[in-house]
Structure formats: C-alpha cells, structure tokens
Design a binder for this molecule. Structure first.
Ligand SMILES: Nc1ncnc2c1ncn2[C@@H]1O[C@H](COP(=O)(O)OP(=O)(O)O)[C@@H](O)[C@H]1O
Ligand SMILES: Cc1cn([C@H]2C[C@H](O)[C@@H](COP(=O)(O)OP(=O)(O)O)O2)c(=O)[nH]c1=O
Length: 212
C-alpha cells in the first residue's frame, strides 16, 4: 500500500492534538499502519534540538537553521522509511511551520527558508520537486481565541509567549502557503466545539476516500 504523509498546522492553541490522536485511531481501525510524529522532533537528535529552540534564546537565523537541521534528521530517519513501508504518517507540524513562524512571525527571509527547504526535502522527492505532505490540515483559529485556550492549559514556551501581533503574522503566513499550494491544504474552522471540528476533519479524509 502506498504511504500517506499528512501534516497538521496552526498557531499554538488551535487545537490540533486530540484530532491527530483520533485520526491515528481511525486509520488503525481501517487496517493501516500509523506512524505518529512531530516537528521539531520525532527522532532522538531532533528532540534535543526541540528542547533548545523551545527554551533557549537565539537569533532568527540560528532558529531557522536548527528547525531545518531537526527536519533533516526526521526526514531521513523517520519520514522516508515510514512512507517506504506504506504507513500513514501523521506529523504534528512540518515545513509550513517554518514559513509561518520563522518567516511570518520572526520576519525571517523566506527566500532563505525556501533554499533550506530545497536542501532538506529536495533530494528525497520524485521528479516533482520537493518531499511534501500529501495533505496538510490547517486548524485556522483567530489568535485571540487561541490565546484564551492556551491561558487555561499550559506554561508558555518561546513561541507560546509571543504577542497577538506575532500570531497574526504567523496566521497570515499560513494563508500565503495555502494560496501557493491550495491542492495540498484543507483549511478547518477551528473556532467550533471539539466535536464539530472533528466532524470537519473526518469529512476531509472521507472525501479523499482515505477513511470511510
Ligand atoms: N474545539 C475546542 N474548543 C475549546 N478548547 C479546545 C478545543 N480544542 C482544543 N481545545 C483546548 O485548547 C488547548 C490547546 O489545544 P491543543 O490541542 O493542545 O492545541 P495545539 O496542539 O494546536 O497547540 C487545550 O487546552 C485543549 O484542551
Ligand atoms: C516545526 C516548527 C515548529 N515551530 C514552533 C511552533 C510551536 O510554537 C513550537 C512547537 O510546536 P508544538 O509541538 O505545536 O507545541 P506544543 O507541543 O507546545 O503544542 O515550535 C517553529 O517555529 N518552526 C518550525 O519549523
């Protein structure tokens, strides 16, 4: 069976987590092997990098390089092998996060990000160019709403402690990525009760005939 690469995106607090878990269960129930992973992270090396980027102070270039260094290890040791096995790979964040957070949020040069994307994902692809998810599910929620949800839930890290303006830029950068590659994205209205969000998420997978 052909592997499926699905990434999940959105600003912090948009509510990705429980739906990724539910999709993993649904795919397993349909008989598929599922690999669950996340970025930054997903390998022992990349998890060490994750601890640094989420907690240490650094300049935007260092941050961007570390995100892509973690991704390189993740692509080579988890993503490519999982897809070769025919797994459904559910990944909490991928390169769209770098364009959204480093590009949009931090204002870092997106041309440099595109070069890093090419280096890290270029040689893994077939003739079409880059290794990219087959589908990216974008949980779209206003930054004000996401901040409310996070207030109630956890101690903020380097990114979660950013301003509403930062997250507005992150959300705008996601929108730009969607416009550049609309076929790859499913935009979910995350400003609904959890059950309604799940109904919308599930419908995307049913429409693609990946779940019934
Ligand atoms: N539809 C929803 N309505 C209200 N709160 C939600 C909803 N979905 C998730 N939450 C809560 O919002 C917080 C952030 O959700 P989480 O899944 O951790 O977000 P993310 O992984 O996208 O950062 C958690 O406390 C979670 O329980
Ligand atoms: C993958 C990636 C994540 N990030 C940020 C977005 C998130 O704030 C943070 C970690 O994401 P996430 O795992 O969603 O955080 P949490 O476990 O707290 O829900 O890393 C980037 O800035 N660039 C990237 O390329």
């Amino acid at each position: 069976m052909q592997g499926l690469f699905i990434s999940f995106e959105g600003i912090d607090g948009a509510g990705k987590s429980s739906h990724i878990e539910a999709l993993a269960q649904a795919f397993k129930a349909s008989g598929r092997n599922v690999t669950l992973s996340r970025e930054p992270g997903g390998t022992p090396l990349a998890e060490k990098i994750r601890a640094m980027v989420l907690n240490d102070n650094m300049d935007p270039l260092t941050e961007a390089l570390l995100m892509f260094a973690a991704r390189r290890d993740h692509v080579l040791t988890v993503i490519v092998p999982a897809l070769a096995r025919g797994d459904v790979l559910l990944c909490d964040r991928f390169t769209d996060s770098s364009f959204a957070y480093q590009g949009g949020g931090r204002g870092f040069d997106t041309a440099v990000l595109s070069t890093l994307e090419q280096w890290v994902q270029g040689e893994q692809s077939d003739s079409s160019g880059l290794l990219q998810p087959d589908l990216t599910v974008w949980f779209d929620l206003a930054p004000e709403q996401a901040a409310q949800r996070l207030l109630a839930s956890r101690t903020p890290d380097n990114f979660e402690s950013q301003s509403l303006e930062f997250f507005t830029r992150v959300a705008q950068a996601y929108e730009k990525r969607l416009i550049q590659d609309p076929q790859r994205f499913a935009r979910i209205n995350a400003d609904q009760v959890r059950e309604a969000v799940w109904t919308d998420v599930k419908a995307v997978f049913v429409a693609k005939r990946w779940l019934s």
